[in-house]
Each structure stands twice: as structure tokens, then as C-alpha cells.
Design a protein around this ligand. Structure first.
Ligand code: ATP
Ligand code: MG
Ligand code: MG
Length: 363
């Protein structure tokens, strides 16, 4: 069995590292304009360079004719994914990836399935959006955003007027600003046979729009909220006949949950599963796309994850009997995700202490 992955970053690396022990071979599509640093996946399989306009037949051959293809990011060339689907199975499907690539398509899908999310406008000018949604509001580019990039928060009428003078944002999604209590995410996985497993809700903290820390299970989540999140994701997975891992980011407001966004792939807020769950998200994604039975998603311990942002060298000192280091082998740049550390503990107090201490040493 050979799996082709579109993308060459750390998610591709960790999927391969989880799939290699299963006897699966890997190939990686390196999009010449985007995947400039290939060091994450060097040595893990075939790396096939690709650029728009190149023959898909030649690419499929160069990949070693994979049995199935998956993606490590939603910002992929959809034409490429659709074309590859004529050669082999793509999981999740090109249609599911398309739904999640555009924020407006994603919102329309949530609305269709009656899944709560922040009120939004689209193709409506800023003044009218502000009249509908109120201020503050958030302007988001449809398909060029990650780590909080390409989005703007409009706090008051002055900034509204300044922004309105510079651009009309008619092709952007505009959302009501949600004064959330905290952010959580749900990672779920669906097998080719429709079997669905969920990891416990994870609590996420962002710094300058970038995820810095996750804790699982999320604190103060009632069984009712956990069930609601799972119900929302189940509706999405089944509506899309989705195969693989799907990630859903949510805002917690009181005892209500609002879906923020979806990612049709393994997710940074699920990295803790490498240490705190029976089967990690990477192995489960590989199992799902390979048509194998899914592994249990049971929590084995309270677990935390700290992202290593812009850290120059692997912080070996962070290794202990209750922590593990994952270094992505990438070139160091400010704020770049270069690795993460997972921590386990018997209780939240000692988990938070370990993570606070590591954060103080690192940043
Ligand atoms: P990611 O790196 O998770 O893909 P992204 O760039 O796609 O991020 P979002 O997740 O939409 O962007 O937003 C980034 C962060 O900005 C959110 O995690 C949240 O903290 C904040 N945010 C986004 N939308 C809203 C909103 N409507 N109300 C309040 N905060 C928001
Ligand atoms: Mg996103
Ligand atoms: Mg997000």
C-alpha cells in the first residue's frame, strides 16, 4: 500500500511517521510555489515536485502510483486534487476539501446542517455588515488564511471608515466578533465503513493568532456540550460521506458552542493525541484513508501540548519521563512552527505547572 500526501510540512511528516510502522509507503507532492522547505519529509518516501500545468499522469507515475491520496492542508490546488481523483481514490474527497477550502462554502454547509456558528455576511459592504452584525466584527479572506493571517478586526466606526476607504471587502467573509469564554476543538475520524470516533474536546490558547497551547480534555465542559460538539461533527461527517480526520474549532460562550472553522485534515490541536490517546490522530487518519479499522481514541492521561514557535534548536532539556519532543526538522524562522512538546500529568495543576515552566524557559 502506498499513500500519496499533497504537502511536505510537519503534518505530512507526522502522518508518514505514524503510517510507516503499518508497512505503508509514502510519497509527497511538493508544489513548487508553496512547498519550498522539504526537510520535514526528507527520507520518508518519494518527493515528487509539481507545478501547475504539468501533466497529472506524469505526477501520478512520479509518486509511484499511490493507492490513495490525502492532503495535509486545505489550501491546495483544487484542480490538481480533482485530476488526481481520476487516477486513484482521494480521501477526504476533492468535494469535501473544496467545501472546507472556502470559508463561505464552509459557513453555508454549517448553515445547511443547522450547526451554530458566528453570524456572518458575504458580498455585503462594510457599513451594511456593521449595521447587521454590530461592532466589533472580523473580516476574513475566503481562502488565504491560516494562523490568523489575512483577517482584520474592526473595533469602531473610525477603523471601519479607514478600511472601507481602502478596499470594499465584498469578496471577504465578515463575522460578528464573539466574546468567547474560551476556544476548544474537536478532532474526529471516520472510516471508509462509516465508523466514527471522537477524541475528547481540547482547549486551545492562541498567541498573536497562532496556536500556542492545547490541553486535553478541555476543562469545565459539560457532557451536554461534549455531546453537542460530537453531534455537529457527526452531521458534517455523514453529510460529506467523509473519510479521514476532520478538525472542528469552536468558541465556548457560556454553555453554548459556536463552530469557528473546519479543517479537513489532522490538526495542530490534536498533536497531544501522540501521547495522551490510545491511537493518535495521525495513525487514525492513515488507517481511515487506507481503509483499515480505526484505532480507539480513548484518553490515556491528561495531556498538554506546547508549540515551539521560532525556537532555534530542539529544546532537549524539555524531555522528561512525562514529556516528549517532536521536532519537525525545519529551518528556523520567527514564529514558525518548528516542533511541539507533549506533556502528561495526573492532574491539571501539575500539567499547567509543567507547561508554564517550559514556556518560561522557551519564550
Ligand atoms: P487557523 O490557524 O486555526 O487555521 P485561521 O487563520 O484560519 O486560523 P480563524 O481560526 O478563523 O483563523 O481565526 C483565528 C483566531 O482569531 C481564532 O482562533 C480566534 O481566536 C479569533 N477569531 C476568529 N474569528 C473570531 C470571531 N468571530 N470572534 C472572536 N474571535 C475570533
Ligand atoms: Mg483556519
Ligand atoms: Mg482557526
Amino acid at each position: 500500500m502506498r499513500i500519496g500526501i499533497i504537502g511536505c510540512g510537519q503534518l505530512a511528516r507526522m502522518m508518514a511517521l505514524a503510517g510507516l510502522p503499518l508497512g505503508i509507503k509514502f510519497s509527497f507532492v511538493a508544489d513548487s510555489g508553496v512547498d519550498t522547505d522539504l526537510s520535514c519529509v526528507e527520507g520518508l518516501g518519494i518527493i515528487a515536485p509539481w507545478q501547475p500545468g504539468q501533466s497529472i499522469e506524469a505526477l501520478y507515475q512520479a509518486l509511484g502510483k499511490p493507492d490513495v491520496i490525502t492532503v495535509e492542508k486545505e489550501q491546495v490546488d483544487l484542480h490538481l486534487v480533482q485530476q488526481l481523483e481520476t487516477y486513484c481514490t482521494v480521501r477526504p474527497s476533492a468535494a469535501s476539501i473544496t467545501q472546507c477550502k472556502s470559508r463561505i462554502k464552509e459557513k453555508q454547509l454549517l448553515a445547511k446542517l443547522d450547526i451554530p456558528c458566528a453570524p456572518f455576511t458575504y458580498q455585503v459592504d462594510l457599513a451594511q455588515s456593521a449595521a447587521t452584525l454590530g461592532l466589533p466584527m472580523v473580516i476574513k479572506s475566503l481562502d488565504e488564511g491560516y494562523d490568523g493571517k489575512n483577517q482584520w478586526v474592526v473595533h469602531d466606526n473610525d477603523s471601519l471608515n479607514t478600511l472601507a476607504a481602502s478596499e470594499n471587502f465584498g469578496d471577504h467573509l465578515i463575522e460578528q466578533w464573539i466574546p468567547f469564554d474560551k476556544e476548544v476543538s474537536l478532532i474526529g475520524t471516520r472510516g471508509h465503513d462509516g465508523d466514527i470516533h471522537f477524541y475528547p474536546l481540547t482547549e486551545n490558547v492562541h498567541r498573536k493568532g497562532i496556536l500556542i497551547r492545547s490541553t486535553a480534555p478541555a476543562k469545565h465542559i459539560s457532557p451536554k456540550m461534549e455531546a453537542a460538539a460530537q453531534d455537529y461533527m457527526r452531521r458534517l461527517l455523514e453529510a460529506e460521506d467523509y473519510v479521514g480526520v476532520l478538525a472542528m474549532e469552536l468558541f465556548v460562550v457560556g454553555d453554548q458552542l459556536l463552530v469557528n472553522e473546519l479543517a479537513p485534515r489532522v490538526h495542530n490541536s490534536g498533536h497531544w493525541t501522540q501521547m495522551g490517546a490510545t491511537t493518535c490522530q495521525f495513525e487514525n487518519h492513515i488507517r481511515a484513508v487506507a481503509g483499515l479499522p480505526l484505532g480507539a481514541t480513548t484518553l490515556t492521561s491528561k495531556t498538554g501540548m506546547l508549540n515551539l514557535l521560532g525556537v532555534a534548536v530542539p529544546p532537549m532539556k524539555a524531555l522528561s519521563s512525562s514529556s516528549s519532543l517532536h521536532w519537525y526538522n525545519k529551518e528556523s524562522k520567527p514564529n514558525r512552527k518548528l516542533g511541539h512538546i507533549n506533556f502528561t500529568a495526573a492532574d491539571y495543576v501539575s500539567l499547567d505547572q509543567q507547561m508554564d515552566l517550559a514556556e518560561t524557559h522557551l519564550y
